[in-house]
Structures are given as C-alpha cells and as structure tokens.
Design a protein around this ligand. Structure first.
Ligand code: ACO
Length: 311
C-alpha cells in the first residue's frame, strides 16, 4: 500500500540509493523535480541569449570559436535537462509553452544585459562559477536522470568558467581601458551572481523538503558562502575589486564575511520586472514560432518513416 511504498522510498533515499523513473515516488517529489529541472533547462536555453549576442562581434577568430562552442554547449545542456524532465512524465513542448507563457521561472541572472565584451569573460568566471558551485553537489542528487545529466554538464561548465577567467587575465594584462571594462563588468555582475543561489535560507520555501529528499544537497546560503570563499582569491589574482565594502576574511569562522544582496531587486527580477525579462521571453517566443516548420517537417518525416516500416 501507499504507506509501505512511501517508507521504502524514504529508506532508499536515506541509504543514498538513486531513484529511477519507473520507481514509485511521492507526488511532491515528482513535482519538485519537475519544477527544478524545468527551471534549470529553461535557464540554459535563455542563458544562450546574453552571450549569443557577442558571437558576431567577438574580437578574434579564437574568441569567436570559443564563444560559439560555449553557447552551443548551453543548448545541449538545455536538451539533456528537458530529456531528464520528460522521464518524470512531462512533455518538453508543454514546458516550453509554460516558459514563454511566463508560468515557469528561469534563473534571475539571465535578465541582466551583457553590454561589453568583458561581460563574456565575467559571465564565464562568475556566472558559470556560481553554476558549478551549485551544480557539482547536484551530481549526487537522489534522482538518477538529473544527477547523471549533471556530471556531463559540470564538466562542460568548468571549461566555460576557465575560458572566462582566461579571457579576463588577458584583458587585465592589456590597456587601462581593457582593465576598466573588466572592473565595470565585475561591478555589474557580482551581486546578481550571488542572487543565483536563491533567497536566504530563512525565506526559501523549498529547501528543507528538497534537502530531506536529497534533491538538494546544500542550502542556498551554504552554497553562496562557498562561492564567495572560492571567488575572493581569484579576484585578487586577477586584480579586480569585488563591489562589497563588507567583504573581509573572518578568522573565527574560517570564511569570508560579505554584505547582503538587494533582495528587493531579486524579487523584482523574479516577478518579471528585471532589465531584460520581456526581451528574453520575446526572443524565445519568436525562435519557437520561427522553428515551427522544422518541428512539423520532422514530425511528418517520422510519420512517413513509421508508415513505411509497417507496410
Ligand atoms: N532565479 C529564479 N528563480 C529563483 C532563483 C533564481 N536565482 N532562486 C530561487 N528561485 C525561485 C525558486 O525556483 C522558487 O520558485 P517556485 O517555488 O515558484 O518554483 C522560489 O524562488 C523560492 O526559492 P527556493 O525555495 O530556494 O527554491 P529551490 O529550493 O528550488 O532553490 C535553486 C533554488 C537553488 C535555484 C535550485 O532550484 C537549484 O539548485 N536549481 C538548479 C540549478 C539551476 O537551475 N541553475 C540555473 C542557473 S545556472 C545556468 O544555467 C548556467
């Protein structure tokens, strides 16, 4: 009966066993995974936009091919994640409709504009750095298809992070104007990167249950702290200043203290009122509509082939 199934599920999760698509799972577990995996997939797809804008004006062939590869990787990540979500009984076409209808979220970070080429480096360093920090523990998430997708995604994210940092090292060794571009991009992306980890634990409605189910392995604040600790020495090595006067090493805690992100801004961006929300969704909707003929042709081709096979 249901109670025995639930007890068996809880025991398996506690024993660090993976839950697979055909296994019994509580409805809430399935729902929370659909929510998180879909939001994650949407983030990868929308995340192609801020940097994609720079492919055509990358300053060299080398930078262009790196950026092109990176943006294509993001598309791939979105596709693995939609496939992982589909193992939970939802349909990718439906998830896309929910995204462009504003009924499902994607990461707040992609509602900020990339206004200069240094932003490509800073997105790689900070945004992909934050993504890795958040996603490496998800390789041990209790749901098998999600955890396995994360392994490959994290490997590719780590390449993304390094290309960003390498670009910034080069720019910092360049002219004063190039150094100023890097500092300006760091000033704009630092706080939004901290917001990627989600609201403070005390205001995170999902964390407790997701930790119990081992969908999440750390709280939002734990990962935010880990990111700050990891990033400060990298900023020093690079020679940029992180825009937070409260940032200092706390000997007693063995961690950096840091200031509070502007949570009112975070809530505004989540509610659809960030600098680029409307533009991101408009372009995603246009791409979806422009691609309708491809989906129709692929479906017609598949139908023809399967008709041929049954004859
Ligand atoms: N941007 C947009 N929405 C957010 C963000 C954010 N940065 N942080 C939290 N939220 C949303 C949550 O989805 C949740 O919304 P919902 O309940 O309406 O669905 C709400 O705010 C409350 O937050 P939490 O209770 O803390 O939600 P959760 O436990 O899901 O934690 C987190 C949020 C940390 C983002 C988690 O979902 C997660 O780890 N997701 C996987 C990673 C991911 O999606 N990364 C995408 C960006 S990285 C990249 O693509 C390069």
């Amino acid at each position: 009966d249901e109670r025995a199934l639930a007890a068996h599920f809880t025991a398996r999760v506690a024993a660090e066993q993976r839950i697979e698509p055909r296994d019994w799972m509580p409805e809430g577990y399935r729902r929370t995974l659909v929510r998180q995996v879909a939001q994650h997939a949407h983030s990868e797809i929308i995340g192609m936009q801020p940097e994609g804008d720079w492919i055509a004006s990358a300053p060299s062939l080398r930078r262009k091919s790196i950026l092109l590869a990176k943006v294509q990787d993001e598309a791939g990540h979105g596709l693995y994640l939609y496939a992982a979500a589909e193992t939970l009984g939802v349909d990718r076409a439906d998830l896309t409709e929910r995204l462009i209808g504003g009924r499902q979220k994607y990461s707040s970070i992609f509602n900020y504009p990339a206004t200069g080429f240094a932003d490509v480096g800073v997105i790689g360093w900070l945004v992909d750095g934050a993504a890795i920090c958040n996603q490496v523990p998800l390789c041990r998430s209790s749901y098998g298809p999600y955890a396995r997708a994360m392994v490959r995604i994290c490997k590719e994210e780590s390449f993304h992070q390094r290309q960003g940092y390498e670009l910034l090292l080069r720019m910092m060794a360049g002219t004063p104007e190039q150094r100023a571009m890097v500092q300006d991009a760091v000033d704009r992306w630092w706080w939004p990167s901290l917001m990627m980890f989600g609201p403070p634990d005390a205001e995170s409605p999902n964390t407790r249950q997701s930790m119990e189910w081992r969908v999440k392995r750390h709280t939002n604040d734990e990962l935010r702290q880990r990111f700050v600790d990891m990033t400060v020495p990298q900023a020093e090595r690079l020679g940029v200043t992180l825009p937070d006067p409260a940032l200092r090493w706390n000997e007693e805690r063995g961690h950096y203290d840091f200031g509070e992100p502007d949570w009112a801004e975070f809530r505004r961006v989540l509610s659809g009122d960030g600098p680029c929300n409307a533009e991101r969704i408009r372009r995603r909707r246009a791409a979806h509509e422009d691609g309708a003929w491809v989906r129709e042709a692929a479906a017609a081709y598949a139908a023809k082939r399967s008709a041929g096979e049954t004859r």
